[in-house]
Design a protein around this ligand. Structure first.
Ligand code: ZN
Ligand code: ZN
Ligand code: FE
Ligand code: FE
Length: 298
């Protein structure tokens, strides 16, 4: 649930030594499709003046779900050790999280396991419609043989179910089906996404502004400005993520994400600690050099 950061200790801890946005979405090589040492992810953040980062590698799913893009359960201790080695008093501060997928039957494993781990943040994602990894470039041609609007509707139903499980803290890259440029007419999108946002709000979940979409064919932040505005109307708290799968992508395009949040009417974002959200003011645009905001379109 969301808390305003009033508790002294937390407030002190969150007091930024600078006022840039934390990056709450980065991976490690344990997921088999990311590269670089965790130390290098942190070093990039440090060089950018980012005060806090959270690793959220793809969760293990010993029930056989998508084993090619995630660590095994018996590698989870390596993940804990790698990230744990960075948890010290130096800046940037390092949080420990996980990106867990919603899929049919995920509750059997995740429902028990997530609660027994010491996470600061659990992102919830949908990457599959049945057996189709719709955001996987290797199978993107499937998009040519499906009805785009129906596919989005199916996707959004899965995200609503994700919210209904109450297993996840944040919905990641909410409109990721747009990755390769396939999208429904805006009117249909708006109609479809509103009940999803209602479920997200009802579940007390946050929403991520994920800049990785800018590095994909669609060339846009996930989710779109329209969805961020609709989320703002529902007071859904937000956080920011680069979804870096290599150290050099940490903190990428955060000035654009900040602008997008402000344009949608957001004044606050949240910091995570042990799966609680602490709402703090967004940095002013002066937090970033003027040239970083030049040419930024929400
Ligand atoms: Zn990944
Ligand atoms: Zn994802
Ligand atoms: Fe990710
Ligand atoms: Fe992801």
């Amino acid at each position: 649930m969301n808390k305003v950061a009033t508790e002294d200790k937390i407030l002190h801890e969150l007091k930024p030594n600078n006022n840039r946005l934390p990056d709450y979405h980065m991976h490690t090589p344990l997921c088999r499709h990311a590269e670089g040492k965790v130390m290098d992810y942190r070093n990039t953040a440090g060089a950018l003046g980012i005060p806090e980062i959270c690793f959220v590698d793809h969760a293990p799913n010993p029930d056989g779900y998508d084993p090619r893009h995630r660590m095994n359960l018996n590698e989870f201790c390596d993940y804990q050790e790698m990230v744990g080695a960075l948890v010290d008093h130096r800046s940037p501060h390092v949080l420990f999280g996980i990106e867990a997928d919603y899929y049919k039957g995920c509750e059997t494993f995740l429902g028990k396991w997530l609660g027994t781990q010491d996470f600061d943040l659990v992102l919830g994602s949908v990457h599959f419609i049945e057996d189709w990894g719709f955001d996987n470039p290797d199978v993107k041609q499937v998009w040519n043989s499906v009805d785009v609007t129906d596919t989005w509707a199916t996707y959004f139903k899965l995200v609503s179910k994700l919210a209904e499980t109450r297993l996840f803290d944040v919905v990641s890259h909410l409109d990721i089906p747009k990755k390769f440029g396939h999208r429904p007419p805006e009117k249909d999108l708006k109609e479809m996404v509103q009940p999803v946002l209602d479920s997200v709000a009802e579940a007390g979940m946050g929403m991520e502004l994920n800049t990785s979409g800018l590095r994909k064919p669609v060339g846009e932040i996930y989710p779109s400005a329209l969805i961020v505005t609709l989320a703002r109307e529902r007071d859904i708290p937000i956080c920011f993520g680069s979804d870096a799968h290599r150290p050099e992508d940490v903190g990428k395009d955060f000035p654009a994400a900040l602008k997008m949040a402000r344009d949608a009417g957001y004044t606050h974002y949240f910091r995570a600690r042990k799966r609680e959200k602490y709402v703090v003011p967004l940095p002013g645009t002066l937090a970033y050099p003027a040239q970083a905001l030049d040419g930024v379109h929400g």
